[in-house]
Design a protein around this ligand. Sequence first.
Ligand code: BES
Ligand code: ZN
Ligand code: ZN
Length: 507
Amino acid sequence: MKTIKDMKTFETTTSELLIVGVRKNSNLIKGWDQFISFFGNSIEEWIREGDIQTDQKKLTKIPVKTSNSNVKRILFVGLGDRKKLTEQLLRETFGLVGKELKKLKANSFSIWLESFTAAPIDENDIAFLSAEGIGMGYYTIPNYKTTSNEPDTTIETVEFVTEADIDEVVSSFNVGKVYADSVNEARSLVNRPPNLLTAPDLADYAVQLAEQYGFEVEILNKAELEELGMGGILAVNQGSSIEPRMITLKYQAKETFENVVGLVGKGVTYDTGGYSIKPKTGMVGMKGDMGGAAAVLGAMRIVGELRPDQNVVAVIGATDNMISSDAMKPDDVITTYSGKTVEVLNSDAEGRLVLADAVTYAKQHGANYLIDVATLTGGVITALGYDKTGALSNNEAFFDAFIEASIETGEFVWGMPLTESDKKRIRKSDVADLNNSPGSDGHMIFGGGFVGEFVENTPWIHLDIAGTSDAKSAHDLGPKGGTGVMVRTLATLVERFEDLQKERNSF
Ligand code: BES
Ligand code: ZN
Ligand code: ZN
């Protein structure tokens, strides 16, 4: 999407398609009379008659004829009640607009910003939200069909009809676009078939990002992991003919690498369950078990583009979880990178073993704050469904800051308790320090709590995205499949980290 950087009016816009927000009492919009007199009184009549719908998320497309404008069609976007308008509602509505634009194969459009504003949501916010929503809504899953008569469409030009400062509007739009593009890249990683996205492939993608954005990058291969004694990720990889990778990206914004946010992702490129094998219906979709890694990489892409003044280190443990005569078995005892030993009770509880080593490594690389993101448990789906990410934390203020970022992005996160008795059960084993599967009751907490054992006293947030990473059906902001969940919240947290810290007298 390119944006045209000078102010447009209904008369000067070059696009044939104009996008206009309508709601109850649209006549209160600044410039409405001018709009009506430009495009004709019948618009008001159609609104009155309900032919142009003002209800939330209702879209109406009408042809227009004017002699003094290029506009040939107006896409009216129903916004409902002005007082009930929220940023998230606008974001989702723009998602639907994005889907409509794709259907129309529209490659250019102009948007009348003032028709969408409602205090405190101003023109810059609308520019941001429209880029984010339209960008995400427009997304299509890459496919491998040999016969396709669907030509690829992309949005080439965007223009703004507005009275606001055009430079500010364009820069807000471009930030929204970076957010959407990065979410879409994360989605494509999740959607990629597992034979085409192995751990080495994921590492290659990270190296590419690093080259593009000047991150420091380190990729550890199997021999190096063995040398370091990363027994967690190696145990999971044991049954695989494909090598594991421990991926580290560093973004240094400050002179000294202090006050570092650590993002840790589960990158299980396929989870068969191992010897604790998944039922055949539970296995399909496990290509998405690297959703945490995708979220971290998507957030790093935003960091690379927007270059916030905040140090970040990202660590991703990448491997598949396969079966062979060499594979890890239930009853095995393994030694993690931290030195802690684990009794494996269930080879399908593999993510926490990978994360154990990744978290320890992130701390070694200077992370002072840790957020791990993982498609970790079916338990979180039982507890919270498919629309809420489950969380654990050991630090109230840090968690509160994270929730503030998540409210801004509209990504739902819900904190769960981690009690001493939960920890006791994670530490219960006759033969090792920990066990990887204390039980099926409330087991989202055991999964995250296990990772917490390796975090120790570092302020930490655990995000279980097993329910939210892969949509079962199409939604306002995108199609079925990878959602790119947490990309935007992680990036927002990083961008605003110092402010959030100051507001809370540090954490
Ligand atoms: N990758 C799965 C979790 C998962 C489930 C992700 C559904 C996405 C959708 C994870 O590795 C797993 O298998 N977890 C087990 C844990 C159990 C063995 C303690 C689970 O949730 O059943
Ligand atoms: Zn598993
Ligand atoms: Zn898994």
